[in-house]
Design a protein around this ligand. Sequence first.
Ligand code: SAH
Length: 402
Amino acid sequence: MKTHEMIRSVRLRASLKKQRLGRHPWILATSIEEPKDTPAVGELVELTHHDGRWVGRGLYNPHSRIRIRMLSWSPNEQIDAAWLDTRLDRALDLRRTMPGSSQLDAVRLVFSEADFLSGLIVDRFQSHLVVQVTAAAILPWLDQIAQRLKDQYNPESISLQIDERTARSEGIEPRSEVIQGVLPDSPIEIRENDLRWIIDLRQGQKTGYYLDQRDNRMAAARWTPPDAKVLDVCTYVGGFALTIARHANPSQIIAVDSSAKALEWAQSNAQRNELGDRVVWEQNDFYASLAQRLEKREQFDMIVLDPPRLAGSRDQVARALAAYHRLNYLAVRILKPGGILVTCSCSGRVSRSDFVSMLYGVATRVGRDMQILENRGAAPDHPVSIHCPETDYLKCVIARVL
Ligand code: SAH
């Protein structure tokens, strides 16, 4: 790691003189003056205002639109190996102390910007760790990160994942490999919410389970009316459907997903939990499934909507909100009076207030009253950094529609 004196400076554009950076960890290419002598991928740089005033330190990537991932806002903080260990430990400490953590088989240990380590995600599935790198600038630190994780958890394996989307935006190659230890040949099983779930670590990021919805699935189960007819749209491997089947007393659950593979996985999870006969699985598109039910005048007491990310970038927000509107509109149309809507959005670019406004638009259009009962986010191993609104990516609104 370079010493303080050798660190290169990068200047913010003059037009940003008045702008408050608010400790947001992303400095975009459009915000800085391109340095003449381009820093290397992952090089530590100092960011200054246009007039030379010091701003902070971060890691540079000349190939990414996010040019600098800010790490420190304090001139006295040296970014070195000891600093990285401390910052990792701070993230790991939270997972050790958060309520209920001792019962968790699977937990997100490090969550990128939300843990002030932009570009690094680490998940634990029992004794296996999955490191997901979403910023090329993190890669030079990989060995040290793996070593710290090994010291702290003594895992059976550590895998590295770089998905194609990251690879494209960061100018690197996608990767999916075991960097330490060995992966078991067959999928492993975790327990969560009193259910057994299959986790396929060889599938990379698609391990078959989303950890962020852990508590929302239980919240949905708590709100399920007795004898309810429930529709779980975008069930993936049965997350909400099986949790509701286990913890509530519905009369019928229909779970929809467009992916045959996910539904196969869901059925296998159902059998593993002796809930094989409790859910009807349907391979269908979300719009089609809802529209067909509207046509047939089917009615439900509870509907869960958990679509994939519909807005990946800022310019897709308007389109995503229109899609959320259409989806929620169809759902509300087939919800009985007094029915419960559990509606989620995992698009970081769609703000919580935009999402609630979208629901307001739906309620107004159908001419029904809607009450928000719970305005939820991701489970606390996915904290929200107040400095990075994008980390408040998961919205889960539980509402009653009269
Ligand atoms: N509710 C799940 C997670 C859902 S992830 C849980 O609790 O874990 C989003 C899911 O939406 C994926 O399984 C994906 O296959 C599905 N999906 C994507 N596009 C879809 C479409 N057009 N129609 C139906 N399902 C879709």
